[in-house]
Design a binder for this molecule. Structure first.
Ligand code: 6PG
Ligand code: NI
Length: 188
């Protein structure tokens, strides 16, 4: 039995995919993720939405594909720019493609050994996430950063080790500039 093909138009202003499943992550869902705990507690009084995901997902089967937009809002916790949780794929060898739609930001990628890479993203940027690399997006601008991700339907999300140790690098604002610096929370 063949599945039906599907065409949908992403709203390029808002990132919304019609008919997609919507997921909302507020600051309270990111407890322990930011380095500056005082700034986190302070901002928690407002508990802003940090990002939303609009996903069209298939059954977790080998060979099929999912796709999702993410709308990552601008903001900071202390000096750290708002980011997505970040994850490895549960099937760690599953790769992924990102495509920048609106706003500015970037992706932090990291191997299990802690080797990190930072790739800047804007509208039109394509990022290839190779197998085994954890990935987190960061909004370094002052408008929503919107992008599309396309990933194997059986990839899954493994949040565990990132939730615990974070990435080896942080993306912060320093004297009005975007800096990628070593994370004090990172330990081998
Ligand atoms: C995926 C993609 C992407 C990601 C979102 C939210 O594998 O599904 O990498 O859709 O899930 O940008 O980021 P987190 O899953 O890290 O919260
Ligand atoms: Ni992913």
């Amino acid at each position: 039995e063949y599945k039906n093909p599907l065409g949908v138009d992403i709203d390029l202003e808002t990132g919304v995919i019609p008919g997609a499943k919507k997921l909302v992550r507020r600051l309270s869902d990111l407890k322990g993720y930011f380095v500056d705990e005082k700034a986190y507690e302070e901002l928690l009084k407002e508990n802003p939405v940090v990002y939303e995901v609009y996903a069209i997902e298939q059954e977790e089967k080998d060979g099929d594909l999912n796709f999702a937009t993410t709308v990552l809002y601008p903001g900071k916790v202390g000096r750290e720019f708002f980011f997505t949780k970040g994850h490895y794929h549960s099937k760690a060898d599953r790769a992924e493609i990102y495509y920048g739609i609106k706003g500015r930001g970037g992706m932090l990628l990291q191997t299990p050994e802690g080797k990190a890479e930072w790739i800047e993203m804007g509208p039109g940027t394509v990022v290839y996430v190779p197998p085994y690399w954890a990935h987190r997006t960061v909004n370094t601008g002052d408008e929503p950063f919107i992008f599309l991700a396309i990933y194997p339907a059986d990839a899954g999300h493994d949040y565990g080790s990132i939730a615990e140790k974070g990435f080896s690098k942080l993306v912060v604002e320093e004297n009005g500039e975007v800096r990628v610096v070593d994370s004090p929370k990172w330990k081998e």
